[in-house]
Design a binder for this molecule. Sequence first.
Ligand code: ADP
Ligand code: TYD
Length: 257
Amino acid sequence: MTQYVKPHAVRCNTSCKKGLRGGGDIGLVSASQLHYIPIVKHTGALISFEGIDGSGKSTQAQLLKAYFAERKCTVVFVREPGGTKAAEAIRDVLLHDKHLAMSDFTELMLFLAARADLVDKVIEPALRHGRVVIADRFADSTFAYQAYGRGINLKLVKQLNETATRGIKPDLTFLVDLPEREAHRRLKRQKDRMELLGSTFHQSVRLGFRKLAAAEPRRIKVLDGRRREEEIWNEILRITLQFLRRSKIELPEQFWR
Ligand code: ADP
Ligand code: TYD
């Protein structure tokens, strides 16, 4: 595992608080200070689904997507890594087992590069237009897999992610929690580069997800993935409807019927 003692520093001109031009003190610069990457204000909602491979999160994300579609309501669905031409190309590199020797930091940067493109081209415009976006994985996957799984400094991962996402965070996250052994048993298809990493790695990732949820209980809802699909779905629907009712998102009347 790679240890990163000191996060990347950006040379920043102290007389120009928002800028990155010129010399001056070396210090960390948050996404809000990067004047060409502003924190995005929007009126939509980003709902993400998280969990280890085989936990059942894609099944649930698809059910939520179908719920909107059945009511003829627009929803934007994305899956990470991927969702744009460039991000899909990066996905191929990330998941192909011919790249097993890739360094941990390269892996992190590729996941973030794919996300930056997806945010720029799909997620940010959708949120700006007041849409609901459903994401099958988002930033918490990077915190769980690359920080808790690979061992890269969590603060650094969060900082780099903030820049890649322009500060966009999920408003609501469902973490489908399942013991690693059960999740592994459910994965019948051929395993990709990440899934080949073994049970110890995936146990650390699961623990990472649970720590992230414990730190942000209002946003991250933990669901017991050992239950039947329908039971998990009922809980997700209840929480989502409650969230949407309280939010400022404008949904057509037929959504509530
Ligand atoms: P993930 O997206 O987390 O990798 P999937 O949703 O693709 O997981 O589910 C992995 C496998 O487990 C699929 O074959 C799916 O049909 C099955 N599955 C999903 N949810 C459940 C559940 N609650 N109980 C049993 N099997 C499930
Ligand atoms: P995928 O086949 O989409 O898995 P799943 O169906 O379980 O979502 O593969 C994505 C893999 O990439 C999965 O093992 C999780 C991993 N991953 C990261 O390690 N970091 C990330 O930031 C993201 C988005 C995914």
